[in-house]
Design a binder for this molecule. Structure first.
Ligand SMILES: *[C@@H]1O[C@H](CO)[C@@H](O)[C@H](O)[C@H]1NC(C)=O
Ligand SMILES: *[C@@H]1O[C@H](CO)[C@@H](O)[C@H](O)[C@H]1NC(C)=O
Ligand SMILES: *[C@@H]1O[C@H](CO)[C@@H](O)[C@H](O)[C@H]1NC(C)=O
Ligand SMILES: *[C@@H]1O[C@H](CO)[C@@H](O)[C@H](O)[C@H]1NC(C)=O
Length: 524
């Protein structure tokens, strides 16, 4: 990327000067090295924002928020981490923003990359923008944040109408950006088939479908702009989401004979040495039973395959956002769509409460039984007790509004998730939290500490997690994907845009809920 070549300027002395051709650093490399000035605290965190000339979206509201909230943060390391992370998606990941060739004056499109991979994930992009809700206000302008949201909704609608079972997509042709190769997917055998010029990877993840409804709800609630949703392809895409989810409520087996049903709505196999990168049983996954009312997911939000296909947090997310997005459908007079969305969401909650909660004998207080949410179930009675750091997770269920943080089943689940009873929880000297099969046991995902803070009312718990987050960046001042709990120098993904925005959004949330904590020191 080369910008700002040979801009002619007139200096204060009246001399004519030329800014030399400046080449913007590749942010993957930039984020792996430290840049001065360092923060003045014990972690001496790097200044990780790219130079202003190289930022992918400018917002004066963002800059004023950074300084006004920054001024309320007493700890120099915490302030720096906030200033680096919150703008990360706007600074680095808005790869292209323009118009659709079919409606070149009005249909905005926004191609948002996940960070160090040049593709747009439905889940990541919805969450990347969600961090900026505090800055979102109605605006018809193309240069506004509102336009970025509309563009992402329009592009996600296109993606869903193209390949509703896929999770990650290529740039739109209007951008003139070339499709990215994905060698890992070269030998994938996937049904329904897809076009690799349009799709980067085709792992069917239920939360990808829900993410479109989440992004739509976020924009709608912040702007009350319902007319936008009647202009292009939103209703058609929402119908596709619903139809895809309905198709995935079908069982894997004929319930009378236990023979695989033919055809399956989705199958996937990959040549790989990692069991979580392919599906068992030649692409149909572990059997999911008939009649639960839950929706199957072949993969998790970590892009790892599910052990049991009824992934509870993803069903929770769908349940929540089908209900909120049905209000959009109603406002644009898509009454039958709105009714169908509610007619799916309401029983889905019942199905989650019926099949997603398991009773663990002797695990409650004083050896009594305890009811907790399972991460995955198969509908035959099989269940998996764990959590994964990626959102939606069980830990985040109280944050995205499926369950109250004071619900006893959530409290018991949360306690279990944040303990050694969760096989993907670990605690080292540097950091303790939830990890993922994506990076293997023993690795902590800082994202899980952020969600821990978002779902806590306990000041000591919040301060403890904040302190660990500050020490987890290897001095680079960015939120990594995973960190070795015992060694902050061992981490994955230098440029994980979503996790950065989530951290920044958490600081804004803390400012509203518990401003006093931002005034404290983490130097001890
Ligand atoms: C953002 O502003 C800088 C000047 O501060 C400019 O050089 C850059 O091109 C702008 N970026 C975009 C995407 O407009
Ligand atoms: C859902 O299943 C029906 C019946 O098999 C099929 O015609 C339709 O194309 C499927 N839709 C999606 C989005 O998978
Ligand atoms: C929906 O219908 C109502 C009543 O018929 C009408 O006032 C409103 O303008 C319609 N809205 C849209 C977006 O078509
Ligand atoms: C567990 O035992 C303690 C002490 O006897 C008691 O106060 C508490 O209510 C018990 N909890 C439950 C769930 O029975």
């Amino acid at each position: 990327m080369v910008v700002g070549c040979a801009q002619v300027f007139v200096s204060l002395l009246g001399q004519i000067g030329v800014v030399t051709c400046q080449s913007c650093p590749d942010y993957s490399s930039y984020s792996k090295t430290r840049h001065e000035p360092f923060s003045s605290g014990r972690y001496a965190l790097s200044s990780a924002r790219p130079p202003p000339l190289c930022r992918t979206f400018n917002s004066s509201a963002l800059e004023s928020l950074l300084s006004s909230v920054g001024d309320t943060i007493a700890d120099p390391d915490l302030r720096r981490l906030f200033e680096n992370t919150y703008p990360n998606t706007l600074d680095t990941a808005i790869k292209w923003h323009g118009f659709s060739s079919s409606n070149p004056d009005s249909e905005e499109l926004t191609f948002i990359i996940t960070g160090d991979i040049n593709a747009m994930w439905l889940r990541d992009s919805a969450n990347q923008l969600q961090s900026y809700l505090p800055l979102l206000s109605p605006s018809p302008d193309f240069n506004s944040l509102a336009s970025l949201f509309r563009g992402a909704i329009n592009l996600q609608a296109r993606y869903l109408l193209t390949s509703p079972y896929c999770n990650s997509f290529q740039p739109p042709p209007e951008s003139n950006l070339p499709p990215s190769p994905n060698p890992a997917a070269d030998n994938d055998i996937v049904f329904p088939e897809y076009d690799p010029n349009k799709v980067f990877e085709c792992k069917y993840e239920l939360d990808s479908l829900a993410s479109f409804l989440q992004l739509s709800t976020n924009y709608h609630e912040a702007t009350h702009d319902s007319s936008f949703f009647s202009k292009f392809h939103w209703a058609k895409a929402a119908k596709t989401v619903l139809e895809t989810a309905k198709n995935m409520t079908t069982p894997t087996l004929d319930p009378d004979t236990n023979r695989p049903l033919v055809p399956q709505p989705y199958t996937f196999t990959r040549k790989t040495t990692r069991s979580t990168e392919t599906l068992a049983n030649d692409g149909i996954g572990h059997p999911a039973a008939a009649g639960t009312g839950l929706v199957r997911s072949a993969f998790r939000p970590s892009d790892d395959s599910t052990t049991y296909q009824f992934l509870i947090p993803s069903n929770m997310l769908l349940c929540v956002y089908l209900a909120s997005a049905s209000l959009i459908a109603r406002e644009i007079n898509e009454t039958s769509l709105a009714d169908e969305m509610m007619a799916f969401s309401t029983p889905l909650r019942k199905a989650i409460q019926t099949h997603g909660i398991v009773s663990i004998p002797g695990d409650g207080e004083n050896g009594t039984g305890e009811r907790v949410y399972a991460y995955e179930v198969d509908g035959f009675g099989g269940y998996l007790l764990q959590d994964d750091a990626n959102l939606p997770s069980l830990l985040s269920a109280a944050w995205f509004g499926y369950v109250s943080p004071f619900d006893p089943v959530y409290i018991g689940t949360r306690r279990r998730i944040l303990s050694a009873r969760n096989p993907y929880y670990s605690k080292g000297e540097v950091v303790g939290g939830v990890g993922s099969a994506h990076t293997g046991p023993g690795r902590v995902w800082p994202m899980s500490l952020v969600v821990r803070i978002l779902t806590s009312e306990d000041d000591d718990e919040i301060k403890g997690a904040l302190g660990e987050l500050l020490g987890s960046t290897d001095g680079l001042g960015l939120v990594h994907e995973s960190v070795d709990g015992w060694d902050a120098a061992r981490w994955t993904r230098e440029w994980f845009s979503w996790a950065n925005g989530l951290f920044g959004g958490m600081i804004l949330d803390l400012g509203r809920r518990k401003g006093g904590i931002l005034g404290g020191s983490f130097q001890g």
